[in-house]
Design a protein around this ligand. Structure first.
Ligand code: SF4
Length: 493
């Protein structure tokens, strides 16, 4: 989205969030609860970290579908009684979205809804289809007219044009034509559906509440409504929740699961459990393994807030060095609109975080962060530590070097902007301006997660952003990206 001439620039005042990969979406669904919409709003609040740029809910009341979607956070869109009261019905699906600049327009906000030959159908999707452009081209040639630039709309068109009879068979037929990573929720006039791609790259869990059944990207969305966790939806599984309760279909041939290991490192909330493991515990174990692999003498271990905190605790406990909050966060600063002069921009990064000078002065500091993407954030933090009087600054990273982009629903810069893809470890150390730098090894990460080193022939997780081994074909990427008119459309909006 282009800034109008003369308009003030919007600064993200958190210097530690602008240089992270960003999860694209979170999904939520509920069937059989009289307060379906209100519970969906709460669920989306819990999933807000997975997407802050748009939110939407579609409900079904037994006769009609109701929808409210808008740009902004959940609290901005769903804060009035009248909006929630208008979302009548006992079944609902919801979605929070993060999108790259230029694509946050209302028609790109999910869940997408369409009146099809069999009735209404709404779908919300977390992930990315890697053959979306190829399938879209085929559909356009057949006369389909697209309203959005989202790959989710492809699923709608494939369902609409499927020759199968039931909506479930149509959705299965549609998904069999899609490659990529997806956890999706859908609502029809009969059921709420949840599906994970055959490798289960993105998370989806099933829960219960007062006899109703709930689907959500993470367990924290079950906790917020008091729902009980039942289980993870399995890779390649379709859960159909209707009046008979939830039942399970397995429409795809079995494939080795490849859950996104970055969900443990950064994306998921630490109070969630994904794939049977507490995210908080996983991060602590990764921090401890990091300390075993790359110990350095220091006086204090300091987390880079907030996502580096559990790994820093694990590191400090393993290393026997005191854990301290050396960077203090101001919780009352949101986004600010200020003039984009260099000096103000530089000061802006301190609005939300400041060094705890009394703690840092004269100390050898070990900073623990979850990842390095472009490295711009790390450079700012290091200079913040030195300005506060640190005598040495060491950095330990709770993930292997991020050397490859994600094509499965996470916004990462292309390889040219990934620091670790461009520089050696020593070059990175120098350019960040740090005394020592170490990343956890890929084997160390697997040891922390699965108890043993990575099995190269059969890795348990998707780890492509560290290894470049992509488990799902990158059809569009290999064919040169989206069609020109699609890229242009996204650019012009
Ligand atoms: Fe996760 Fe990285 Fe795989 Fe993307 S490429 S799904 S971020 S592990």
């Amino acid at each position: 989205m282009r800034r109008p001439p003369g308009a003030p620039m919007q600064l993200t005042t958190n210097p530690f969030e602008g240089d992270k990969p960003r999860e694209h979406c979170g999904v939520f669904g509920i069937f059989g609860h009289e307060d379906a919409a209100a519970h969906t709003v709460l669920g989306l609040h819990a999933l807000q970290h997975r997407g802050q740029e748009a939110a939407g809910i579609v409900t079904f009341d037994g006769a009609q579908f109701h929808s409210h979607r808008g740009i902004g956070q959940v609290g901005e869109q769903f804060s009035t009684e009248s909006v929630i009261a208008a979302l009548r019905g006992s079944s609902a699906v919801g979605h929070v979205r993060y999108s790259t600049t230029g694509e946050t327009i209302l028609r790109n906000v999910q869940p997408l809804f369409a009146e099809l030959s069999f009735g209404g159908f709404a779908v919300g999707h977390n992930g990315n289809l890697t053959n979306a452009a190829a399938v879209r081209r085929r559909l356009v040639e057949r006369g389909c007219i697209f309203q959005s630039t989202m790959d989710t709309e492809i699923i709608i068109h494939l369902v609409a044009t499927s020759a199968k009879k039931t909506v479930i068979d149509r959705l299965i037929d549609a998904l069999k034509q899609c490659e990529g990573a997806y956890s999706l929720v859908a609502v029809t006039d009969q059921a709420v559906l949840g599906v994970r791609d055959p490798l289960g790259v993105r998370p989806l869990v099933l829960g219960t509440l007062d006899g109703a059944h709930v689907l959500a990207s993470e367990t924290c969305a079950l906790d917020i409504i008091g729902a009980k966790f039942v289980r993870d939806v399995e890779p390649g599984e379709m859960v159909v929740i209707d009046r008979a309760g939830p039942h399970s279909l397995r429409p795809f041939p079995p494939a080795g699961p490849r859950f996104c290991i970055f969900e443990y490192i950064y994306f998921s909330r630490p109070d969630s459990a994904v794939e049977g493991a507490s995210v908080y515990d996983a991060r602590k174990r990764i921090g401890a393994e990091l300390a075993r692999e790359s110990h350095v003498e220091g006086d204090v271990v300091i987390p880079v807030p907030d996502s580096g905190t559990p790994a820093a605790i694990g590191y400090a406990q393993q290393a026997g060095i005191s854990f301290e909050l050396g960077i203090i966060r101001n919780h009352y600063v949101g986004r600010t609109f200020i003039e984009p002069t260099d000096r103000i921009r530089h000061l802006g990064v301190r609005l939300k975080h400041n060094a705890n000078r009394a703690l840092i002065q004269g100390k050898r500091v070990i900073l623990v962060d979850d990842s390095i993407v472009r490295g711009t954030t790390s450079t700012k933090i290091v200079s913040m530590m030195r300005e506060a009087g640190a005598t040495e600054v060491h950095m330990r990273i709770a993930s292997p070097p991020t050397t490859h982009s994600c094509f499965y629903g996470v916004d990462t810069p292309d390889r040219g902007q990934l620091l670790a893809a461009q520089q050696s470890l020593e070059e990175m150390r120098v350019s960040i301006g740090i005394d020592s730098l170490a990343f956890i090894s890929t084997d160390g990460l697997y040891r922390a997660m699965a108890g043993e080193a990575r099995d190269a022939a059969n890795p348990q997780y998707c780890d492509a952003c560290f290894t470049g081994e992509y488990p799902i074909p990158l059809t569009d990427h290999e064919q040169g990206g989206p069609p020109a008119q699609l890229a242009l459309l996204a650019d012009e909006i």
